[in-house]
Design a protein around this ligand. Structure first.
Ligand code: NAP
Length: 321
């Protein structure tokens, strides 16, 4: 008898076809709406494998409802929405999709940094709303990217990919990371800094650490007060790493100049969120990895993990807490 997989979002049939050869496939048939919690809890009751996306909270309750679950393949590199410790305690393998999204997410991080620094969205809105009435000596002015100091918090795969882009803009790059990366320092001429030093010295602070118990609220009132008044905060990692109330206060009172956010504590971010009322915030709907090529490459990695498991092999890209 074939094992059963439940897919939490509708995926393209051409990618699922090989999975059908090895699994009984059931799927939440919507691309835009997350599988409702009660449906998920019901569907996992007899599954051997689960294919998740970041909006699926896979916690003890879900794992307890899934007594035969052995594999979770997750369509993201970040896996903070999955209780990986609880999964490991039940011998459930969890896999993610690193590497294939690194360059795409670095492109987006750099694009958001530039868009925030030069207030591209504000300038476009002004034009569309008829507020471009004349050339002004200091009209629509922003912050330089070329030659500025960039502080990267989390010098992993995506951090390094951003660092390579920053070097093309002659930026002075500081980084803060759990482990020091001497080889990278030698190769690119970037410098390690303690968090406080990085915050105080950077024109742009870019967050690229995973969300974890350690990084939750890592950037709060104290850290924001250590940034330059002209400083710009960019978060492309996960919402909960930045205390959004503290960020709102810092932006409103001009303790920092601006922020660019691809991620939020609650996603989709509610339209009445205070941060959305501020003119000095550039916001995006969590699109770091969003190119057709990369999203399909992520799906393909998930399929490969499912097929490996069905054939009794060790799936690649296993994550542990
Ligand atoms: P990665 O290669 O694992 O890099 C993460 C880096 O953060 C590692 O170098 C790690 O240090 C460092 N780190 C972890 N905890 C830390 C802490 N407490 N203090 C300081 N540094 C710490 O991951 P990645 O592939 O670059 O992805 C990074 C994150 O980006 C993901 O976890 C995900 O949340 C986010 N992401 C977002 C999008 C989006 O659409 N916006 C897309 C992709 C990824 P070590 O060297 O010590 O391990």
């Amino acid at each position: 008898m074939k094992p059963t997989v439940y897919i939490c979002r509708e995926m393209p049939e051409e990618l699922i076809a090989p999975v059908r050869e090895h699994y009984e496939v059931r799927m939440w048939e919507s691309t835009s709406e997350a599988v409702p919690r009660d449906v998920l809890l019901r569907e996992v009751a007899d599954v051997d494998a689960l294919w998740t996306v970041i909006s699926d909270q896979i916690d003890e309750e879900v794992l307890n409802a899934a007594p035969s679950l052995q594999l979770i393949v997750n369509m993201a590199v970040g896996y903070n929405h999955i209780d990986v410790q609880a999964a490991a305690a039940r011998n459930i393998i969890v896999t993610n999709t690193p590497d294939v999204l690194t360059e795409t997410t670095a492109d987006l991080a750099f694009a958001l940094l530039m868009a925030t620094g030069r207030d591209l969205i504000g300038a476009e809105n002004a034009l569309r709303e008829g507020r471009w009435t004349s050339w002004e000596p200091l009209g629509f002015t922003g912050t330089d990217v070329y030659g500025a100091t960039l502080g990267i918090i989390g010098m992993g795969r995506i951090g390094e990919a951003v660092l390579r882009r920053a070097k093309g803009f002659d930026m002075d790059v500081l980084y803060h990371n759990r482990n020091r990366k001497s080889e990278m320092e030698d190769m690119y001429g970037c410098r390690y800094a303690e968090l406080s030093d990085l915050l105080a010295s950077s024109d742009y602070v870019l967050i690229l650490v995973p969300y974890s118990e350690e990084t939750k609220g890592m950037i709060g009132e104290k850290q924001l007060s250590e940034m330059k008044e002209t400083g710009i905060l960019i978060n492309v990692a996960r919402g909960g790493i930045v205390d959004e109330d503290a960020l709102y206060d810092a932006l409103r009172t001009k303790k920092i100049h601006a922020a660019g956010l691809d991620v939020f504590e609650t996603e989709p971010v509610p339209l009445d969120h205070p941060l959305l009322t501020l003119p000095n915030v550039t916001v995006l709907p969590h699109i770091g990895s969003a190119t057709v090529k990369t999203r399909k490459a992520m799906m393909k990695l998930n399929v490969e993990a499912l097929l490996a498991f069905a054939q009794g092999e060790e799936p690649n890209h296993q994550v542990r807490g």
